[in-house]
Design a binder for this molecule. Structure first.
Ligand code: SF4
Length: 338
């Protein structure tokens, strides 16, 4: 029996952090055993907001792919490709843009979020490319083309993102109804429990907030960063009684990196004032470094040999393009195009 198809992508923002790893990649790795997975580096999506910051775009594509591969995405199981290398996506995007009502695009929650971010960046003077471009307005249509291009059954999302894929279902349904076909699948959300890993300052983890730990960081850098993590703010001396549940970063990390016994031990020692925060962080850094050691070792191999990453992407591009052409041909056929 044919496996159901999953499509998901990620913008090439540079080296990925451990929030990406736990929030997205780990789930992708699990899915590739059960589904026919298509994972793409969304470089055209990056241009919708960063069209004037392209100097690192190529390197960022390679960095993202290297992080995926080192983290366990397997090119023998999944098709790993670069969005801009599949010209059929641009053609389908154009066709879908003809049938998508303007008000659907304008009310899209993803677009609203991005527009808000751009406005804030403009107010803070942080981004010259802060106006909403024609390309950004079409973002939900391009996202739909990405998914419809592989005729995907599922899109992996967290519970708070379900509304974000509604527009893709609406556009595909409209396309099917308009051209009297049921060939194109309305993708469903594949819900996942995504553990939210906060940044070391307690805010959302992000490269631009300077509060992240990269998958590719070395051990020393990781340890240094963890020492800056916020803890129970009421604790001033190491003998003060601590409140692990109010230690919103370090103790939360323990819950991910420690085993049950270790988590209980930290909880008990902290609550009795038997461990200082510096010691607690040092132990945590060791756990984080142990966890990522094999991934980082593989990551270093890809870093030494970026041509291997490019080769894997080229193979994935070929596979994705073959499927994309079949789907595009079908779309043109039902539209009775010449
Ligand atoms: Fe947090 Fe550990 Fe300090 Fe307790 S000892 S407040 S768990 S960093």
């Amino acid at each position: 029996m044919n496996k159901k198809i999953i499509v998901s992508g990620m913008r090439p923002t540079g080296k990925l952090h451990i929030g990406h790893y736990f929030g997205v990649i780990q789930n992708w790795v699990k899915l590739q055993d059960e589904f026919d997975c298509y994972y793409f580096v969304a470089d055209w999506h990056a241009l919708t907001t960063k069209y004037n910051q392209t100097e690192y775009l190529r390197q960022n594509v390679i960095d993202v792919a290297a992080d995926w591969l080192a983290s366990g995405l397997d090119p023998l199981k999944s098709t790993i490709y670069v969005q801009s290398h599949i010209p059929q996506v641009a053609q389908l995007h154009l066709l879908l843009s003809m049938i998508t009502p303007q008000n659907w695009v304008e009310r899209d929650p993803t677009l609203k979020d991005m527009t808000k971010i751009l406005r804030l960046q403009k107010e803070e003077g942080n981004n010259e490319s802060s106006s909403v471009s024609y390309g950004l307005l079409g973002y939900p249509v391009l996202m739909t083309a990405d998914v419809m291009m592989m005729n995907a059954n599922f899109i992996p999302v967290g519970i708070d993102q379900v509304a974000h894929i509604e527009i893709s279902r609406d556009i595909i349904r409209r396309f099917n109804n308009m051209y009297n076909t049921d060939f194109f699948v309305e993708p469903e959300p594949k819900l996942t429990q995504i553990p939210l890993l906060k940044g070391l300052d307690g805010n959302k983890m992000g490269k631009s907030f300077n509060n992240d730990i990269k998958i590719s960081d070395d051990e020393e850098t990781t340890a240094k960063k963890i020492m800056t993590g916020i803890t129970d703010r009421s604790r001033l001396r190491k003998t003060d009684i601590g409140h692990p549940d109010e230690c919103e970063v370090i103790y939360d990390y323990w819950k991910i990196f420690g085993c049950e016994e270790e988590i209980n031990e930290i909880n008990s020692m902290c609550s009795k004032g038997l461990i200082g925060c510096a010691d607690c962080k040092r132990k945590l850094a060791q756990k984080v470094n142990e966890y990522f050691a094999p991934i980082r070792e593989k990551r270093r191999e890809y870093e030494k040999n970026p041509d291997l990453v490019v080769e894997i992407l080229n193979e994935g591009n070929k596979k994705a393009e073959k499927r994309a052409q079949e789907v595009l041909d079908k779309a043109k056929e039902v539209m009775k195009m010449y």
